[in-house]
Ligand binder design. Structure first.
Ligand code: SF4
Length: 345
């Protein structure tokens, strides 16, 4: 929902100011999925709003659920063509989290990612980004799923810092107390390392969590796995992260997808530790090791025992590291980065 568009439509319809409050409460507090469910609105206003400013900016194509009902993946059809994925997860008994997309496709081209193989079609609008959260709140209500969805991670399709303006606007909407009301510390944005935007983000959103999709700590290997590393090599990324840490003093998260025989060797763990140690206080750095979710790529997942060995090597340096498993493997969740369940470290 684009709040400004709805307010303009209400004004065009000659409606008094309090109508917006009625719509806002119904959509954001009660998660209604149709204006027809807002009984306080006159019938002609409901019909006109449905035409001029629909609640959602896309339509549901399908929703798949994992066998354990802790992961859901939706395919959403965009106006004018194009489909995006968004995922709803229940990583613990009481919490719901959504992983949302910021672009249709992605230009970063990570070689282990199905989305990266698609290339970039377009950026999402701010409304299309924040509507993914609204979609899941409506879905939870419709399906009777208990609990509240108030954790959001920007780790679906796309590179959020390649569409910084749209992502910034969507963050403001999600954090707006009169709209979604999601606390800044419950939101995480993941970038593959667009260095100039990292500094902007630290300045603009110092309370929102930042994660770096690192996956390798030498330029040779990282350029092979994350081709955007050519534009922002590790030295440039390190400079931006040092400034970010100085500016925010916030914890930084590093995502590292373990690929068998490629980036999971003892020398890779050593390179990771050395690079991270150059950034700042170890207490502010957290490594998430992710067991690869098999996609149509030549990469293979690391064995469980090798993942533990890698984790122990990283932790022996004083860094915090967790190994994460994919939640919802049976529904082929998102780009394989975040459909995860945190396991005991
Ligand atoms: S992993 Fe993320 S950044 Fe890399 S290609 Fe896939 S969507 Fe883009």
């Amino acid at each position: 929902m684009d709040a400004a568009k709805v307010q303009a439509a209400l004004k065009d319809l000659g409606q008094p100011g309090y109508r917006w409050d009625q719509v806002r409460k119904a959509v954001f507090d009660q998660a209604v999925s149709s204006y027809d469910m807002v009984a306080v609105l006159p019938a002609e206003v409901r019909a006109a709003l449905g035409e001029k400013a629909p609640i959602l900016s896309f339509s549901e194509h399908r929703v798949d659920s994992s066998a354990d009902a802790r992961a859901y993946k939706a395919l959403l059809d965009l106006p004018g063509g194009g489909t995006i994925e968004t995922v709803l997860l229940k990583p613990s008994a009481t919490r719901w989290t959504t992983c949302i997309s910021s672009q249709v496709g992605c230009a970063v081209g990570c070689t282990f990612c199905a989305t990266g193989l698609m290339g970039l079609a377009r950026n999402l609008t701010p409304e299309e980004i924040s509507d993914q959260v609204l979609f899941w709140r409506q879905y939870m209500k419709r399906m009777g799923l208990d609990g509240r969805l108030d954790n959001v991670v920007y780790m679906g399709m796309g590179e959020p810092f390649a569409c910084y303006e749209q992502v910034s606007a969507s963050l403001r909407t999600l954090m707006d107390q009169k709209l979604f009301g999601i606390g800044s510390r419950h939101i995480s944005v993941s970038t593959s390392g667009v260095a100039p935007r990292i500094e902007d983000f630290g300045r603009d959103f110092p309370q929102v969590n930042l994660a770096i999709s690192l996956h390798a700590a030498t330029d040779e290997l990282r350029t092979r796995l994350v081709p955007m590393n050519k534009a922002y090599p590790l030295a440039k990324l390190a400079d931006a992260l040092k400034k970010y840490l100085t500016m925010t003093n916030r914890k930084l998260f590093f995502e590292y997808v373990l690929l068998k025989g490629e980036n999971d060797r003892p020398q890779d763990a050593q390179a990771l530790v050395s690079w991270l140690k150059g950034l700042g206080p170890l207490s502010l750095l957290h490594v998430n090791l992710i067991v690869f979710n098999q996609t149509d790529t030549p990469h293979q997942p690391t064995d469980e025992s090798d993942a533990r060995r890698f984790q122990e090597q990283v932790m022996s340096s004083g860094l915090k590291a967790t190994v994460r498993q994919n939640l919802g493997r049976d529904i082929g969740g998102a780009c394989g980065q975040l459909v995860v369940l945190e396991k005991a470290a």
